[in-house]
Design a protein around this ligand. Structure first.
Ligand SMILES: C[S@@+](CC[C@H](N)C(=O)[O-])C[C@H]1O[C@@H](n2cnc3c(N)ncnc32)[C@H](O)[C@@H]1O
Length: 284
């Protein structure tokens, strides 16, 4: 049988778990129900060893020390965020952008050569942003006259690092149509690495920065054409969801679109002035 002392060292006490859960919900809006405790403990062990603490509880006891609170909060956020994403995730959104949103937005603008602004507001490793870049670049090649800029923001610094490098494994690009892989990805010279990188032409149009959706205001333009807020609202309380959607809508130009994840389609109901175009697509 395991000695009791080892058992304790490997786990967070109720109090210490509550401390982290309250900190995370207050800072990032993400709820940490008791079911997430094992995951949190598992992911924190490496950090506890790196800082030479004897156990997880000692880590939490020292968390609020002024000299390293910001660093540890950044680590904790990287640890607790779920960053699952994919190229062409929920592909109907990209069909909508191509067939409905961009033609409508260009028509609304009433002139050619418009500059479209797209914002992936919980971008994770950038796949949503680069998928959009591929679709828009392909449209522009096929004769639609417009320029575009894409902004990706996320709270996790770890995923933003990946998004900025734009290097992915071959497996990750499996959902990308083969002709787009050939056109929009460079293969590393060392084939054994199995890595590809988004071409500079698309990288130049796509920028990433850290931003917390919980902040009272967002440092982003207020004439964005399309905002993605997919698969992040589900982690927030209902009131926070409503506030975030309202704030995001303030950054859309009239006629602009908000895209949410398929499990978030009911979230709009409390936000006035938001028209549902499709189950997960809204327009202001
Ligand atoms: C499951 S991923 C979704 C990625 C992408 N939108 C998609 O649907 O494929 C959720 C992302 O939201 C980010 N996130 C969580 N809370 C956030 C917050 N308060 N502000 C900004 N980003 C947040 C996480 O770091 C994570 O990368």
């Amino acid at each position: 049988m395991m000695p009791a002392v080892q058992h304790t060292a490997a786990h967070l006490s109720d109090r210490h778990f509550r401390t982290i859960a309250e900190l995370i919900e207050g800072q990032v809006g993400i709820k940490l129900p008791p079911g997430k405790r094992l995951m949190l403990e598992g992911r924190l062990h490496k950090r506890v060893r790196a800082l030479n603490y004897s156990d997880l509880n000692e880590y939490v006891d020292n968390l609020f020390e002024a000299d390293h609170f910001d660093t540890e909060l950044t680590h904790l956020i990287d640890v607790v965020t779920t960053n699952k994403t994919d190229f062409f995730r929920e592909p109907q959104h990209f069909t909508f952008i191509r067939e409905v949103a961009v033609p409508a937005l260009l028509k609304l603008r009433g002139r050619r050569n418009a500059n479209l602004k797209i914002w992936s507001s919980a971008s994770s490793t950038g796949m949503e942003a680069y998928t959009t870049a591929m679709v828009l670049d392909d449209m522009a090649r096929s004769g639609s006259r417009f320029q575009y800029r894409i902004l990706g923001t996320d709270i996790s610094t770890a995923v933003l690092r990946l998004a900025k490098t734009a290097i992915y494994t071959r497996d990750m690009v499996a959902p990308v149509p083969e002709q787009f892989v050939r056109r929009y990805f460079l293969t590393s010279r060392d084939k054994s690495r199995g890595e590809v990188r988004v071409v500079p032409e698309l990288r130049r149009m796509t920028h990433f920065m850290r931003m917390n959706l919980m902040d009272a205001s967002y440092p982003v333009d207020r004439d964005v054409d399309i905002i993605f807020c997919r698969n992040v609202l589900i982690y927030f309380e209902r009131e926070t969801q409503r506030t975030v959607i309202e704030q995001l809508c303030n950054h859309l130009r009239p006629g602009g679109y908000l895209l949410v994840g398929h499990s978030e389609s009911m979230i709009h109901s409390a936000v006035p002035g938001l028209k549902q175009v499709q189950p997960t697509i809204f327009q202001v």
